[in-house]
Design a protein around this ligand. Structure first.
Ligand code: FES
Length: 82
C-alpha cells in the first residue's frame, strides 16, 4: 500500500467521499456532494451539468444523495456567475 492509499484508508471521511457513485464516468461521492453544496443543486440533471456523472445507471444513487442533503442556496456570488 502506498502512502496515499494508506492515508485514504486511515480517514473514514476521505474513504466515504472517495466512494464511486458514477462508475461509468468515475465520479466519486465527494465530488457530487461538493457540487450540490456549492451550487445548490436539486436534480440529477443539475448534478450531471456540474460534474462528469452521467446519471444513467447511477441516477438512483444520485437521487438518494440529493434526498439526504439539505437544500441550500448557493452563495450569491455563484448565483450571479451562473
Ligand atoms: S454509473 Fe453509469 S452513468 Fe453513472
Amino acid at each position: 500500500m502506498d502512502a496515499q492509499a494508506a492515508e485514504v484508508a486511515a480517514d473514514p471521511e476521505t474513504t466515504r467521499r472517495a466512494k464511486k457513485v458514477c462508475f461509468c464516468k468515475e465520479v466519486d461521492l465527494g465530488t457530487i456532494e461538493d457540487a450540490i453544496r456549492s451550487h445548490g443543486l436539486t436534480s440529477v440533471e443539475a448534478v450531471r451539468q456540474h460534474t462528469n456523472a452521467f446519471g444513467g445507471c447511477c441516477k438512483r444513487r444520485i437521487e438518494d444523495i440529493l434526498a439526504t442533503m439539505p437544500v441550500s442556496s448557493p452563495p450569491a456570488m455563484l448565483q450571479a456567475a451562473e
